[in-house]
Design a binder for this molecule. Structure first.
Ligand code: HEC
Length: 147
């Protein structure tokens, strides 16, 4: 049995390759689940849920930019998510390329009605964002959410 498991692992690896596995939204989301939980429900008062508000944000241009910048630059300071206040700090998710940011955001907003994020779209938000720190991204949130 152990031999079969190793054989399957090896052939699976060869078939998909490490790059494809790392570009899969559900796989990338595992790093988010450490705080936002596997089902995106979050932890009240600490880590916001990634549910209805995030899906709504994905439906507006400013909201889409905000979501991309949250992942690329991090977010901190006072924000409101699903009517509840948060004042925490999410570190920038370093090391994700444009395709990976698009994939993880598409995973987070799956089931919503917004169009899919594309790598090209993410590249546009990333360009010129180097001067933004997490607090600056946090200040983008109320307008993005239409509050
Ligand atoms: C170390 C913990 C941590 C990790 C890992 C993390 N986050 Fe966060 N996230 C937070 C915290 C804390 C906030 C709220 C920050 C604040 O209060 O300003 C937040 C806020 C957000 C928001 C803003 C929600 C809104 O409605 O405005 C989004 C979107 C988000 N995270 C997505 C992600 C994604 C996607 C990943 C993985 C790529 C991720 N987070 C990884 C802690 C984390």
């Amino acid at each position: 049995m152990r031999g079969w498991a190793i054989l399957l692992a090896v052939t699976g690896f060869a078939a998909t390759g490490p790059a494809m596995a790392a570009d899969d939204g559900a796989t990338i989301y595992k790093r988010c689940a450490a705080c936002h939980l596997a089902n995106g429900a979050g932890v009240p008062g600490a880590f916001p849920p990634l549910k209805s508000d995030v899906r709504a944000l994905a439906g507006t241009p400013a909201g889409r930019r905000y979501l991309a910048l949250v992942v690329i630059r991090g977010v901190s300071g006072a924000i409101t998510v699903e009517g509840k206040p948060y004042r925490g700090m999410m570190p920038a998710q370093a090391g994700l390329n444009d395709a990976q940011v698009a994939a993880v955001l598409n995973h987070v907003v799956r089931g919503g009605s917004a169009k899919a994020f594309t790598p090209r779209e993410i590249a546009g938000y990333r360009a010129g964002s180097a001067a933004l720190n997490s607090a600056a991204v946090g200040r983008l949130q109320p307008a993005a959410a239409g509050k």
